[in-house]
Design a protein around this ligand. Structure first.
Ligand code: ZN
Length: 220
């Protein structure tokens, strides 16, 4: 009996989250390619174990939109060897290559043309890769891949928010000499915490013409 069937899905989910966090941590500290590769493979293993345990063929619901379901299923089967949905899903791995595109992309699974956050999946049998949107994946009966992609999407959103905060800070500093004189330090604060606080926060909002925050304490 595979180990994944004797361990509760909750534990397998926790293991997957830990594997994802560990791989992320190694990426951040720029670990050696060997270590990164080993950590990536560990995430694949954890994804597969969780998918197997959480896989319930009876729960095979079809998404509400029939046309969408046909497009998505068709898109997957064309690039798979197995020609039955549940079998085909098992051939795919999420490679953890992902990103945010400044221009919308097309989902190669369902043809949706509004993809902002993209994720790459690879078929282990046919070696085909597909770039898909994060909405599409919510309809997969592969909890491991869904969990991993949702995890990565959150990280990408965090990075994007930080970029926006930095841009706002730069813009505000052009108008406010107080901010300009502290720019390197404030940039570092955004890098570390994702935003600036207190007087700096008030000043950025004021410089950009945004209303002050309700619960913001007066800085005077
Ligand atoms: Zn799609």
């Amino acid at each position: 009996m595979p180990e994944s069937l004797s361990v509760s899905p909750k534990v397998l989910h926790q293991r997957l989250m830990r594997a994802l966090e560990h791989h992320d941590h190694l990426r951040k500290i720029k670990a050696s390619p060997e270590d990164l590769d080993a950590a990536l493979k560990a995430t694949w293993k954890a994804m597969a174990a969780y998918s197997e345990a959480g896989h319930d063929p009876l729960e095979a619901s079809v998404p509400h939109n029939r046309n969408y379901a046909i497009r998505m299923h068709g898109g997957l089967l064309v690039a798979s060897q197995a020609q039955e949905w549940h079998e085909a899903v098992r051939e795919w791995r999420y490679t953890r290559r992902c990103g945010r595109s400044p221009h919308v992309k097309t989902c190669e699974l369902c043809g949706c043309t509004k993809v902002q956050y993209w994720f790459e999946i690879r078929n282990t049998v046919t070696d085909r890769t597909l770039v898909i949107g994060s909405e599409c994946i919510q309809n997969w009966h592969s909890p491991g891949i869904v969990t991993a992609i949702n995890y990565d999407r959150k990280q990408l959103e965090k990075v994007h928010k930080k970029e926006l905060r930095l841009k706002e800070l730069e813009q505000a500093a052009e108008k406010d000499p107080w901010l300009a004189s502290r720019l390197p330090k404030l940039r570092a604060t955004v890098e570390k915490y994702g935003k600036v606080y207190d007087e700096a926060e008030c000043r950025v909002r004021a410089a950009l013409g945004k209303p002050p925050l309700k619960n913001q304490r007066s800085s005077h």
